[in-house]
Structures are given as C-alpha cells and as structure tokens.
Design a protein around this ligand. Structure first.
Ligand code: FAD
Ligand code: NAD
Length: 367
C-alpha cells in the first residue's frame, strides 16, 4: 500500500456551528488554532449579507450568508484564545425561532489563501479632521455599527473614493490617535474609530479629494493587509525605527505597542527623516515620549533644513546608520523597521545589509 506522506499545505480548515435562544443567535467558529486574537476576526452585516472573515496565518475562512431573518445592527465578538474558538453573538430583530442560519452566499464556508481573496470594503464616516503639520492631517473615520474590524499593528487598509465617476483606491496605515498613551498600560483596542495621518499632495489624485470631504461624508475602507507579524517582537531587546515623511505612520502603533507590551525591550530608537522642521509629524509628542521613557530615543534628520537647524542633516547614509544602530549588547535581539519613499527604503535596506544585519532583523514596509 502506498501512503501519501506529503503534508497538506497551510493550516487546517476551520469549521462553524450555530445555536439560538429566543433573542440571540450565536455563531461559533472553531479555528483549530491557539493564537487567535480579536484582530483575527472581521464581521460585516450590510445589504442583507452577513460576512465573518477569520484570518489564520495567510489564509482566510469565510462565513457568508443571507441570514434567515433580520438582526439588530450591533453584535458582539468574543475569542476564547486557548481553545481557538470565536463566538459571534447576534441579536434577533424578532423573537422567533429560525429554521436555519440562512442561505449560503458566494464563497461561504471557504478557506482560501488571502492573496486569492478580493478586498472587502465597508462605508465609514468622517468624524474629524485636524491639522498636524502644514500639509498633513489626522483623519478619524468611524466604522458602521454593523461592522467589527481591528487593524493589526503594521498593517494597512485601502481607502476608496469615486472621483469623476472612477473608483480610486490608495493604501493608508492606521495610527493610534496620539503617542501620549499612559505608559505601562496596555493599549486598549478601540474597534469603532480608525485614525490616519495623511499628507495632502495638492497635485495628487486622491488626497485632495479626501481633504475636500465634509464631516459626516463617507469613505470606503477595506479589510487590513500586510505582512508584519507581532511575533517579530518576541524576546526583542533593541528596536530601531527608520522613518521618512509619512513613512512614520506604521511606527506609531509599533511604538505604542513596544513600549507597553514587550517586557524584554531595552531600547527603542526612532530616526525620523524629513525635509524641514515644519514637516515633522508629532514632533512635540515624540520629544515628550523620549523625555518620559528612558528606553526611548528620537533623532530628527533633515534633508533641506533652514540655517538655524543644528541637528542632523542629509539623506539616509552609512555614517548616520552605523552611529545610530548600536546594539545594547553584542548578542541582543534586534529588529529594524524601515518605511518611507521607495528610494529611501531600498537604499536603507542595502545599507543595513552592508552593516551585516540579517534579513530576519529587518522589516521593510512597502506596498
Ligand atoms: P499621487 O497622485 O499619487 O501623487 C503624489 C505626488 O506625486 C504628488 O505630488 C504628485 O504631483 C506627484 N506625481 C504624481 N504623478 C507624477 C508623475 N508622473 N511625475 C512626477 N510627479 C508625479 N500616505 C499617507 O499620507 N499616510 C499613510 O498612512 C500612508 N500609508 C501608506 C501605506 C502603504 C502600504 C503605501 C504603499 C502607501 C502609503 N501612503 C500613505 C501613500 C498613499 O498611498 C498615497 O500614495 C499618497 O497619499 C499619495 O496619493 P495621491 O493620489 O494624493 O497622490
Ligand atoms: P518626503 O518627500 O517629505 O521625504 C521625506 C524624507 O525622505 C526626505 O527628507 C529624505 O530624507 C527622504 N527621501 C525622499 N526621497 C528620497 C530619495 N530619493 N532617496 C533617499 N531618501 C529620500 O516624503 P513624503 O512625501 O512624506 O513621502 C512618504 C512616502 O512614504 C510616500 O512615498 C509613501 O507612499 C510612503 N509610505 C509607505 C508606507 C508603506 O509602504 N507601508 C506607509 C506610509 C508611507
């Protein structure tokens, strides 16, 4: 007898079950994985379609149904992490018994590599818009009440607007609403509001339109994407962040998370490259953070400073990096995150390899 010993690729497919009381429907997803978080689940109920997407490694498990009867807008999501169980509790609109959960829609009960799944969008409302620098603004968007979504650290979403009859889509990286979180308190998940720091380019295609939106207007927001993994922080001792311009955005949640959730962390250093002082996003918040937390250091480097600037100058270079990237001890576990304009990131990666940092020690944020 010939046995096929080839391992099936990817994780085991989840399954689901459901039960009901007079007023509630509970859907249970058995992920068969232990490391599930609240940001592994995305739930949307819109236009009569109910979708619950569970992200397991690079795969997506989808429940997609037209429900048997209507439900109320708000629902709750709970993860029982140690057994990998996800519970979604829906509230029935009418207290009647359901004969079935509903009718299967496209790709219901499928388990697919994420790269093969289309992005799903929900309409979010613009809640506020605040100036941060002369050209960069902090936008706050609110998810609809019938959506549940948390963007994981290091991931981005796509924003979609219809401009002159054409749908335009661009990627943006959500940030925390500020850097002035209370140190040593875990960052609380805020699942209703999503914040973005966005630079408006007057000659750009998308950002001027975004800037013209009124409070209360809608923007479509996709499900998250990106390959940063929180496991890269395990046992981390030295974290170096190299950011240029709005390439600072992924560093915001990373800073917040690292300073509150990594017990092994000794040092976090940010080197922030900008053209002029006026371009530095959240400068005083960064200086405040470095003042309050001794593990944290911030260095600004300007490529087009005015004559009064007595800090570091120039573009990313071997001299700047070799001085900046000092390990706290010879064998300390290091992670270097880099993000900015493509030539900046590409050059930075080359320089980091020249300085003998390994691939595993570098995470670059790109499209
Ligand atoms: P574009 O139309 O793309 O133009 C940008 C600039 O280039 C303008 O000054 C324009 O005049 C100039 N330009 C355009 N075409 C040409 C050309 N052919 N020749 C010369 N110049 C040209 N940005 C943020 O602000 N915040 C974020 O959090 C953020 N996150 C991102 C995450 C990812 C993964 C990626 C890939 C990008 C991210 N960006 C972010 C950048 C963002 O996606 C857009 O590229 C940016 O907002 C510009 O979009 P736009 O359509 O307004 O400008
Ligand atoms: P900018 O033009 O204001 O430049 C900021 C700094 O980047 C400059 O001071 C310089 O030090 C450096 N820089 C610029 N061009 C360079 C070059 N050719 N070579 C070496 N260094 C260079 O930057 P911006 O307008 O804020 O643009 C930020 C960029 O970051 C955008 O291209 C955006 O798409 C990208 N971004 C990417 C992600 C991601 O991939 N996840 C997230 C956010 C932003």
């Amino acid at each position: 007898q010939v046995t096929d010993t080839r391992a099936r690729e990817g994780p085991i497919s989840p399954s689901y079950d459901w039960f009901q009381t007079d007023s509630l429907i509970t859907i249970i997803i058995y992920t068969k994985q232990k490391d599930m978080n609240l940001d592994s689940v995305i739930v949307d109920y819109q236009d009569d379609s109910f979708r619950a997407e569970t992200i397991i490694q690079d795969y997506s498990y989808l429940i997609h149904m037209e429900l048997f009867r209507e439900i109320q807008e708000d629902f709750s999501v709970r993860v029982v992490a140690n057994v990998g169980k996800i519970e979604i509790v829906l509230k029935k609109k009418e207290h009647t018994s359901w004969k079935c959960l509903g009718r299967a829609l496209e790709n219901h009960n499928s388990f697919t590599p994420r790269k093969d799944t289309a992005l799903y969008y929900r309409k979010c409302q613009l809640i506020s818009k605040e100036d941060v620098t002369h050209d960069t603004k902090l936008f706050c968007l609110m998810l609809p009440p019938s959506s549940y979504l948390q963007v994981p650290i290091g991931q981005h979403v796509y924003l979609k607007l219809t401009i002159a009859g054409t749908e335009i889509v661009k990627p943006y990286t959500p940030v925390s609403h500020s850097l002035l979180f209370k140190l040593m308190e875990p960052v609380l998940p805020n699942d209703k509001y999503i914040y973005f720091l966005i630079k408006i380019y007057p000659a750009g295609l998308f950002t001027p339109e975004l800037d013209h939106l009124q409070i209360g207007d809608f923007v479509s927001v996709s499900s998250p994407e990106g390959n940063f993994k929180i496991s890269q922080f395990q046992e981390l001792e030295d974290l170096f962040l190299l950011a240029a311009g709005t390439g600072f955005t992924p560093m915001v949640k990373i800073l917040n998370y690292a300073l509150t959730n990594i017990p092994s962390l000794r040092k976090v250093k940010l080197m922030f490259f900008n053209k002029t002082e006026d371009d530095i996003i959240w400068r005083s918040q960064l200086e405040n953070l470095a003042f309050k937390d001794k593990r944290c250091e911030v260095e600004f480097v300007l490529s087009a400073p005015t004559s009064g600037w007595n800090g570091k100058q120039g573009h990313i270079s071997p001299a700047l990096l070799s001085e900046f990237l000092k390990r706290s001890s010879d064998k300390s576990k290091v992670l270097i995150c880099i993000c900015g304009p493509t030539p900046f990131t590409e050059q930075g990666i080359r320089l980091l390899h020249d300085l003998n940092f390994s691939k595993d020690e570098i995470h670059s944020f790109t499209a």
